[in-house]
Design a protein around this ligand. Sequence first.
Ligand code: ZN
Length: 288
Amino acid sequence: MNTARTTLCCLLLGTLLVFAGDFGHAEPTLLGEPCAPHAAALPVATASPQAKQQPTIVFQFNTIQALLDGQYDADFTCGELRQRGNFGIGTFNALNGEMLVLNGQVWRVPGSGIPERVADHERTPFATVMNFRANHTHELRGIQSIEQFRKKIDELLPNRQDMFALSLRGDFAYVKTRSVPKQTAPYRRLVDIVPTQPTFERHNVRGMLIGFWFPASLEGVNVSGLHLHFLSDDHRFGGHLLECRFDRASLEICQGDELLIRPAPPHDTKHDAGNRQQLRDELNKVER
Ligand SMILES: [Zn+2]
């Protein structure tokens, strides 16, 4: 299925459409590597070939580059976002918390760390959503750190070129998150805000990690690599994932075939994110 990759960018009526893979590809392939005693992953199911007949679209409002540039406000509502997908992550105007879109409902984990439902009229400067339909399912076992978790995800992904949405449900022995307190203008750079963000910890918490893995080729468009947000089942804990440990959790992966980007209108950029190396350095500080 790793056919020659075609990347086309078409600017159509203010919408940027990136074909991030061959959507006519065959059935996804599950990795069948032997399982180590720890950090084991057992493939347990896969979708039928019919499930991939239609391309799966990942919708994104604006880019991570714009956020790094200090564009923290836009006129795209959560109601509009929900029409584009029932699953995803992002943030809110004025960087007012971490966003999760789960089962079509928008949640915010604000600076207090206590999740809350978000009304449709609220706005986002950056978010990524899709209609999630798993085409790979695995059991993950014995994960002792986020580094080990990232490594395991890297092993399980079918390739390094497409986009993947991930959903992980389980009983977590430990989760550490952070969130963003609402900012006031004049805004500081994101890279300067992150070190001041509050962090939250919880032991023995049941919940979900949701988010995306983007290829390095889309760095600057979105966060390359893994970017996940957590929401506990009791809706009392969540945020941007910093660390986790768990004995067993169910992982679902949904491959995205096309990326549809709705750019925000031009704005008065006060900051210059600089060259690509600087962007990479800032992304590492902001989203890792
Ligand atoms: Zn995040």
